[in-house]
Design a protein around this ligand. Structure first.
Ligand code: FRU
Length: 503
């Protein structure tokens, strides 16, 4: 067993940059068959700095091709987080019709990002791309939205259609230190009028970052659509919470001017330690809300021992609202390719004594477990690689709590606050059948409980090579186990080099 692990396997079905530092997803947009992912990127090193927008595209959200840096920092100005909207060229300067439905083959992409100036001043800037997102022209009038403040950032532009059918753009930004979301409106993506603000609310001692606002139908009913505000919060100050950064949401109503929450508190969006800055794609097919998050935590992001890359995106997640045990909850399910990988695998049902099964995973694996806690009692899944580390998932029927623990010397070596136990109370009584989807892709562990009713996302360091899994239950009972391994790395250097050579 190795106490520390100098090598972290590169994920195979998640996006990582070929090299250097990455944090938030930026400018997520679907345009003419391609998903564009821009991201906070340091073109020059493996630590945060020189912030620019890196760029990658995918036709299926699984295989990504990395491109040249899209928006580069310059002397005195870094390019912080923001968003992109796609508009048909003809209407780009006029009305704000939805780009996704357009049959036009010309699209204008407009990016909004935060200019973070060296004098501690942050304001919103704009750039356009006429070649489908590969090259960008910053606006000569930048910054286009400026309050003269120092933590005004993360513009996310969404669309809002009035009762009379007129669609306008709405920009959400934060005054991060004030824990406020500010809303602005525009009909031409050029001039922005202040609408309203939301917050502060919830924990003090945090900054608010990367807002998004997403309309979602409750239980698929288009006549019952609610607006879900997404927020990322990062502890700051003298005694910051050691659990570090995390995401929350709050369900409410949005009338095109202001957001009115249904509740007085934020709800945790993901119960692990490593899901941050999640935002949705503009113009996704069928109006679906597809989100990507950054799988790390500001508490220790700079200490994570992967190389020559640092930072990974989560699985793309489709969001919806579902009534569970009488409460409307945000549900997150991985997009289609994950189910397709699992559908190609043969389920086996194991039952019997307490130590139910031992199986070996490639370490780039999807594991689905289905069982009835009322008959099996506590269930545990332990994962071990060649590092001195353990990941343990457990479900306790009496409390209906799901826990994910990462422990051992290799986890401690990452950062003193890296070892952790994340616990989430699943909705309901704990006596209904349970389904867990466990995605492990190198250092990225994501657990989806009951088709996305709760998620737990964590970085882990298990070492290189295969991962041995042990499944135990308290009382004899059947557990259906399906395992799909992804054997070969499918996000390759070759794609990047070919792409670089082509451009
Ligand atoms: C969130 C964040 C954003 C900012 C960016 C800078 O992780 O702090 O608020 O725009 O990262 O890299």
């Amino acid at each position: 067993m190795r106490a520390t692990n100098g090598h972290v396997p590169r994920p195979r079905f998640h996006f990582t940059p070929q090299r250097n530092w990455m944090n938030d997803p930026n400018g997520l947009v679907y345009d003419r068959g391609l998903w564009h992912l821009y991201f906070q990127y340091n073109p020059e090193g493996a630590d945060w700095g020189n912030m620019s927008w890196g760029h990658a595209t995918s036709a299926d959200l699984r295989h990504w091709t990395e491109h040249e840096v899209a928006l580069r920092y310059r002397d005195g100005e870094q390019i912080f987080s923001g968003s992109v909207v796609a508009t048909p060229v003809a209407s780009a300067a006029g009305s704000a019709s939805a780009g996704a439905d357009s049959a036009d083959d010309e699209t204008l992409l407009t990016a909004f990002y935060t200019s973070a100036y060296d004098d501690d001043h942050q304001a919103q800037s704009r750039a356009i791309s006429r070649d489908g997102g590969y090259t960008w022209e910053p606006d000569s009038q930048n910054p286009v939205l400026d309050r003269g403040t120092s933590a005004f950032r993360d513009p996310k532009v969404i669309r809002f259609t009035d009762d009379d059918g007129t669609t306008r753009y709405v920009m959400l930004t934060v005054e991060a230190d004030d824990r406020q979301v500010l809303f602005y409106s525009s009909s031409d993506l050029r001039s922005w009028q202040f609408l309203s603000s939301f917050g502060p609310l919830g924990d003090t001692g945090v900054v608010w970052e990367c807002p998004d606002l997403v309309p979602l139908a409750v239980d698929g009913d288009p006549d019952d659509t609610r607006w879900v505000l997404l927020l990322s919060t990062n502890p700051v100050g003298d005694d910051p919470d050691a659990a570090g950064s995390s995401m929350s949401y709050i369900i409410g109503a949005f009338d095109g001017v202001s957001f009115t929450p249904d509740a007085s508190e934020l709800t945790r969006l993901d119960h692990g330690r490593d899901f941050y800055a999640g935002v949705t794609f503009d113009s996704a097919p069928d109006g679906e809300a597809v989100m990507l998050g950054w799988m790390s935590n500001w508490r220790y992001a700079g200490a994570f021992p992967s190389s020559p890359w640092r930072g990974a995106m989560s699985l793309p997640r489709r969001m919806s609202l579902r009534t569970v045990a009488g409460t409307v909850r945000l549900v997150q399910q991985p997009v289609g390719f994950v189910g397709e990988l699992l559908a190609g695998a043969v389920p086996s049902t194991v039952s019997g004594a307490s130590r139910l099964a031992d199986f070996t995973l490639s370490g780039h694996s999807l594991v689905e477990l289905e069982w009835d806690p009322a008959s099996t009692g506590t269930l545990r899944l332990q994962l071990r690689g060649d590092a001195d580390a353990l990941v343990e998932l457990s479900h306790e029927p009496s409390s209906n709590e799901l826990s994910v623990t990462r422990s051992g010397a290799a986890m401690e070596a990452v950062h003193p606050d890296f070892p952790s136990t994340s616990t989430v109370a699943l909705p309901g009584e704990g006596d209904r059948p349970l389904r867990l989807l466990v995605s492990l892709d190198g250092p990225l562990l994501e657990v989806f409980a009951n088709d996305g009713e709760a998620t737990v996302s964590n970085l882990v360091v298990l070492g290189v090579g295969p991962v041995s899994s042990t499944l135990t239950i308290e009382r004899p009972g059947p557990v259906a186990v399906t395992v799909a391994d992804v054997h070969s790395p499918e996000v390759g250097r070759r794609a990047l080099e070919l792409d670089g050579a082509n451009r």
